[in-house]
Design a protein around this ligand. Structure first.
Ligand code: ADP
Ligand code: MG
Length: 279
């Protein structure tokens, strides 16, 4: 069977730039478009898990990404019951949750074989069940993020419009280039996504222009920007996506447009015409 699943890592080693918010809302938006979506929480802080209405992941959950990866590291055959037990449901998406036990996984990775591809192997049996898998990366460039980049077909990079955030992108792009060169040659950057954009400030406009300039033609910067809105900050507290919490709002609109664009990127890679063959 042809694998039509696209795995997207949502990555930036800086915290607080909108990775988790993007994972939830892009995921739910793709779900509304009829896509089968799996979110993967690859951050031991479990923010994505909390955003998906699991209030206390450290005590509520028996099976999380950590257990699935630990099982994979033992090198045994896949345990589908374990995988099924891990999957939770939220609005239009499925979720593999995480909690603090994932920090132990990161340490365990250092001593295991093929340590960069444990997450890829863990997610492999799930690819046939989903159209899109979104991995919410942790804010570091450590082994867990490298695992996310190895498991991914492409990366979306949320970035706040500040000069420091833009500067920090160099480091991430360097890691992405290294993973691409050494382990995952097919890895693409879908684009840099500006989040929490306050278009009323001149500063944000300047930074947006500077970012587009700095990225040049090599790295896409999404035309769609995610506006700053208080309604978005409330979502984790109420355990709802922006599509439930503020369905008519500008953040919901922006994530819906982003989902369309991401879906378009997916199609482009599938129906790209073959080079002329000589007959
Ligand atoms: P990260 O996962 O990169 O650490 P988060 O998605 O958790 O970032 O976002 C950091 C904080 O900013 C959270 O409190 C979140 O609610 C808030 N936030 C995210 N997106 C927006 C937005 N568009 N407008 C306002 N606040 C936002
Ligand atoms: Mg986060």
């Amino acid at each position: 069977m042809e694998d039509k699943c696209k795995v997207i890592a949502i990555a930036n080693q800086k915290g607080g730039v909108g990775k988790t918010t993007t994972a939830v809302n892009l995921g739910v938006a793709l779900g509304h478009m009829g896509k089968k979506v799996l979110l993967v929480d690859a951050d031991p802080q479990g923010s994505l898990t909390r955003c998906c209405n699991i209030d206390n992941p450290d005590v509520e959950l028996d099976v999380t990404l950590s257990e699935l990866m630990a099982y994979e590291m033992t090198g045994e055959d896949k345990d589908y019951i374990l995988i099924n037990n891990a999957v939770e449901h939220f609005e239009t998406v499925d979720l593999i949750p995480s909690n603090i036990s994932l920090s132990g996984t990161e340490t365990a990775l250092f001593n295991c074989m093929s340590r960069e591809s444990v997450l890829k192997r863990t997610l492999a049996p799930l690819r046939s069940r989903y159209d899109v898998i979104l991995i919410d990366c942790m804010p570091s460039l450590g082994m867990m993020t490298i695992n996310s980049l190895v498991a991914a077909d492409s990366v979306i990079i949320p970035c706040e419009p500040s000069f420091l955030s833009v500067k920090g992108l160099d480091l991430l792009l360097h890691s992405i280039a290294k993973v691409k060169r050494q382990i995952n040659p097919g890895l693409k950057v879908d684009g840099v996504l500006l989040t929490m954009v306050d278009s009323r400030t001149i500063n944000a406009r300047e930074i947006t222009a500077a970012l587009r300039d700095a990225m040049g033609i090599n790295i896409n910067v999404f035309n769609i920007e995610i506006p700053r809105s208080v309604r978005a900050t409330e979502c984790p507290n109420v355990g709802e996506s922006i599509f439930v919490h503020d369905p008519g709002g500008k953040v919901a609109e922006a994530y819906a447009l982003l989902a369309k664009e991401v879906n378009g990127l997916e199609r482009q890679t599938q129906v790209r015409p073959r080079p002329h063959s000589i007959r």
